[in-house]
Design a protein around this ligand. Structure first.
Ligand SMILES: NC(=O)c1ccc[n+]([C@@H]2O[C@H](COP(=O)([O-])OP(=O)(O)OC[C@H]3O[C@@H](n4cnc5c(N)ncnc54)[C@H](OP(=O)(O)O)[C@@H]3O)[C@@H](O)[C@H]2O)c1
Length: 297
């Protein structure tokens, strides 16, 4: 019999990919977006999860507004921590496996090398604190959860989400014809959502539990990432892109300067390596083009 899975936050960049990948692998899958299930409402969580009685619950829902969280830390904490507690408790009740996603922003960026799972956490702002609290609630109520930390997620679903993603932001800015300034002194691991979904399900299917890092190919600064986006999407077109720095470009939230994630742990299990960023960007633009042409048809 097909395994029953539930995906929460199914309209987000990662959520749509988890639903697609699970369906492709033959799981009996249900996805709930925020309109159908607001995870901050414990009664809704119980009333939807209990009758579906899933074997595995994936939580791709999150409050991701890193800067806005500094002026509304309660809102971030409600979704990223207290609501995760609701889900963990429901999974305990149903004896379901819980797969939860977290972030590179649980680190302070001072390690100067890609972070491994055993590195000490030290978030620098309200978003990172709320995500770390979500990890802790998950571990407090469940004996064997799977927590996947990732970084700079981009997937074609970002075309239709309220938050979008960095690639879409760069394309919009390029379209405006204005000079674009992007920080060169912050380094991350931009991660392609469909591959993040597939690698996570690989971990589930191998019975893995605990914390795993899944980040894109190699550490890269946001400025170099913007250059790579334009090289793949707008080859030969003149885009006025300038490198800036944290000092010049102040934001409400402090961010880790070097938050790239090491994939050594997943790779040691024989799970496929993440491809170089240029390859992931080419996959992104091919999938995006398909989405755009099917919405035109
Ligand atoms: N995006 C990144 O760069 C990044 C980086 C590191 C880690 N992560 C982590 O990766 C995971 C997936 O992120 P993503 O990029 O797929 O995010 P996303 O595209 O912003 O999707 C998040 C989804 O969660 C939904 N949501 C928000 N509040 C909710 C609530 N109270 N109840 C139910 N659903 C709710 C959102 O709905 P609305 O659109 O209606 O608000 C949205 O559909 C998250 O755990 C995130 O923290 C992301």
């Amino acid at each position: 019999m097909a395994r029953r899975a539930a995906v929460i936050g199914s309209a987000g960049q990662l959520g749509v990919e988890l639903v697609a990948e699970l369906n492709q692998r033959g799981y009996q899958t249900i996805g709930w977006d925020r309109d159908q299930l607001d995870i901050t409402d414990n009664r809704q969580v119980e009333s939807l999860l209990t009758p579906w009685d899933p074997e595995i619950v994936f939580n791709a829902a999150a409050y991701n507004q890193v800067d806005v969280a500094e002026s509304e830390p309660q809102a971030a904490f409600l979704v990223n921590a207290l609501a995760v507690r609701n889900l963990a408790l429901a999974c305990r009740q149903l004896d379901a496996r819980f797969v939860h996603f977290s972030t590179d922003y649980v680190f302070d960026g001072r390690a100067g090398r890609p972070y491994v799972e055993s590195d000490p956490t030290h978030p620098l702002g309200a978003y990172g604190v709320s995500k770390l609290a979500g990890e802790l609630y998950t571990q407090a109520y469940l004996d064997a959860p799977l927590i996947v930390r990732t970084s700079g997620v981009f997937g074609p679903g970002g075309l239709h989400t309220a938050r979008g993603n960095f690639v879409e932001l760069m394309l919009r800015l390029a379209g405006s014809g204005q000079p674009i300034r992007v920080t060169e002194d912050h380094v991350a691991s931009p991660t392609y959502a469909p591959l993040l979904a597939a690698r996570t399900i690989d971990l589930v299917e191998r019975g893995q539990t605990g914390i795993f890092h899944i980040g894109g190919g190699a550490p890269i600064s946001w400025y170099r990432y913007a250059q790579a986006i334009f090289a793949v999407a707008l080859p030969g077109q003149a885009v006025e892109l300038h490198a800036t720095s944290e000092r010049e470009h102040r934001t409400a939230a402090r961010r880790p300067k070097f938050s790239a994630l090491s994939n050594a742990r997943i790779e040691s299990l024989g799970i496929g390596a993440m491809p170089p960023l240029e390859e992931a960007l080419r996959l992104y633009f091919a999938a995006r083009e398909k989405m755009v042409s099917s919405s035109r048809a």
